[in-house]
Design a protein around this ligand. Structure first.
Ligand SMILES: [Zn+2]
Length: 221
């Protein structure tokens, strides 16, 4: 899932008014932010496999540290605890932890059965992998991603209003950019090169920075 994660981060502002949009987006994207680091460190692996699903040409055959259910819950607890330790905002911490966990749930709907339940590195049990494969349907995927995206934008706009013109333009700029990039991405065959795939993954950090910029120019309703 791509823009759906952003949608959940935006929507969360309603329940965590003190938390910056940048921080909320980072939590919603957290597992995908870790992923390029683990790829570069050779701890996780991916290969390009055009046609493996209708929507996403990646074979995610090894990514238990970022995308197993067990580790997603562990990251969720860690992010929530770190957040409350630094901000003393208990409510925000629950939302942050929930956002990290939401990533795995959303991925569960779209991925092939490639999401591990636990990292087999730590056990000698065979991997159990799950995924409901919505990516095998073009219209199913677009409906889900853009449906969530519209809902996320709507909830975010209910929770905040622009302080100045930048607050309006920066937010709609991000929304438009994500929607366009999502569609452009679908049309591209990615290079079979881990460094370039990681680089694309790191671009999400720019979106997080964009979120902080937006937040500076908007206030809660
Ligand atoms: Zn993911």
């Amino acid at each position: 899932m791509f823009i759906g994660h952003y949608a959940v981060g935006m929507a969360a502002k309603k329940w965590a008014p003190k938390t910056s949009l940048g921080t909320l987006l980072a939590a919603a994207l957290w597992l995908d932010i870790l992923w390029p680091f683990f790829l570069l460190l050779d701890l996780e692996h991916v290969r390009v496999a055009p046609g493996i699903t209708r929507m996403v040409p990646f074979d995610f055959y090894d990514y238990p540290l970022s995308h197993s259910l067990f580790m997603a819950l562990a990251w969720s607890v860690l992010v929530g605890l770190l957040y409350v330790a630094f901000t003393k905002d208990g409510r925000g911490a629950w939302v942050m932890g929930g956002l990290v966990a939401s990533h795995w749930v959303l991925d569960l709907f779209v991925h092939r059965p490639d999401l591990p339940i636990w990292p087999t590195e730590f056990t000698n049990m065979a991997a159990t992998k799950v995924g409901l494969s919505i990516w095998t349907s073009v219209w199913g995927t677009l409906l889900l991603e853009f449906g969530l995206f519209a809902l996320g934008i709507w909830l975010y706009l209910q929770a905040t209003k622009a302080k100045d013109q930048t607050g309006t333009l920066a937010f709609w700029g991000l929304a438009l950019f994500l929607a366009v990039m999502y569609v452009v991405d679908l049309k591209m065959t990615p290079p079979n090169n881990v460094n370039l795939i990681s680089l694309a993954g790191f671009s999400q950090l720019l979106m997080v920075a964009w979120g902080y910029w937006i937040d500076d120019h908007r206030k809660n309703r």
